[in-house]
Design a protein around this ligand. Structure first.
Ligand code: ADP
Ligand code: MG
Length: 341
């Protein structure tokens, strides 16, 4: 079934997209339905972050299912809230859609958005709906709360701090390479079925990434508060450089310490790409990069979710990758930059 958006109109669409919303958080006093939402964080501070995704630039609907796109659009925003050591509680969703989309397609997108809201326990409290001449644009704003003293900034790292990362890196990038390869094959021969078996983990890293909602809990459990933190959306290199610059420091990152999944390495080998490049420059892993005081070494060293990948040094030393062979190479920000061609 395919219903034209023009048949139900803007208000009909909003009604369909928001009718099943049930408020989960006590801080959400008023959600969808009035001129504005009302949020009450009592004695906590509000943390706000927003992101915009455009068709053809950030996603390709040839191989990204709309439901996954909806899910991922929420996750990338929540990741920014977690990166402040805060807990996301509400989102607003703005969409611009062209007439090529049916009601069912937009409902599919929203099914992913609602699923992410459920998994991350956030309320969808508002948004805006408008039309676009060509593709789809999604802009999401996430709101979260934290005690003021718990907030972790990018600029708080100290010399000798340990540089740490959650999870593993490079998977989302290798998943994208695989999808693009299969898409090229499909364009030439429409009978070809994509060869994706054995690569479920990296495909999931690309199509259905998760934000580190467990990080705040892990830090509490281990009794550590990071001195600085950032989420890895643009690749490890570029995020490390952000931490270094904002903190006024340099760092040594050890190549052989960078955590990577075996599927990431296998795909890299198949495509003749150095997996380190995927981790450094690939992006979209949505892991957390953070620093802790040297004294926290014992606390994190055996945690399965955390890897120590280097340490902070004086600014004059610069930010370097120390290779397995022992040479030191300056890190470069080659991360995802849509304006650079
Ligand atoms: P206004 O004319 O004040 O902008 P709208 O008619 O655009 O109001 O929106 C009505 C209600 O629906 C508001 O609460 C708004 O936040 C919500 N809303 C509009 N578009 C969306 C959307 N795409 N997703 C979620 N909520 C939406
Ligand atoms: Mg509006």
């Amino acid at each position: 079934m395919s219903t034209k958006l023009s048949d139900i109109g803007e208000f009909g669409l909003i009604e369909r997209l928001t009718k099943d919303i049930k408020i989960k958080n006590p801080s959400t006093l008023t959600g969808v339905g009035d001129d504005a939402a009302i949020i009450d964080y009592k004695d906590k501070v509000a943390v706000v972050s927003t992101d915009m995704l455009t068709e053809g630039i950030h996603f390709n609907l040839m191989y990204v299912p709309l439901k996954h796109l909806g899910y991922k659009s929420v996750v990338v925003n929540l990741s920014d809230i977690y990166a402040m050591n805060a807990i996301p509680k509400q989102i607003t969703v703005n969409i611009a859609v062209s007439s090529k989309f049916s009601l069912q397609a937009i409902e599919e997108l929203y099914s992913g958005i609602h699923l992410a809201c459920k998994y991350y326990n956030v309320d969808l409290v508002g948004g805006d709906t408008t039309s676009s001449m060509t593709g789809l644009v999604i802009s999401i704003t996430a709101l979260g709360e934290a005690a003021k003293e718990d907030i972790v900034y990018r600029g708080g790292a100290n010399e000798t701090d340990l540089l740490c990362v959650t999870g593993d890196l490079g998977g989302a990038y290798m998943g994208l390479q695989l999808l693009e390869r299969e898409n090229e094959v499909f364009k030439v021969n429409k009978q070809m079925q994509p060869q994706l078996s054995g690569y479920d983990y990296i495909l999931e890293r690309q199509l259905k990434p998760e934000a580190r909602k467990d990080a705040v809990e892990i830090f509490k459990k281990l009794g550590i508060k990071p001195t600085s933190m950032i989420d890895i959306s643009d690749g490890l290199s570029s995020e490390i450089l952000h931490l270094c610059k904002t903190s006024g420091l340099g760092c040594d990152l050890y190549e052989d310490k960078i955590p990577m999944d075996k599927q990431t390495k296998a795909m890299a080998e198949e495509l003749n790409i150095n997996p380190i490049v995927a981790a450094l420059n690939g992006g979209e892993d949505y892991e957390l990069l953070f620093t802790i005081p040297l004294s926290g070494h014992e606390k994190v060293k055996n945690d399965p979710d955390i890897t120590i990948i280097g340490h902070m040094v004086k600014k004059e030393n610069g930010a370097n990758l120390v290779t397995t062979g022992g040479s030191s190479i300056p890190l470069q920000a080659q991360g995802w930059n849509p304006l650079k061609k």
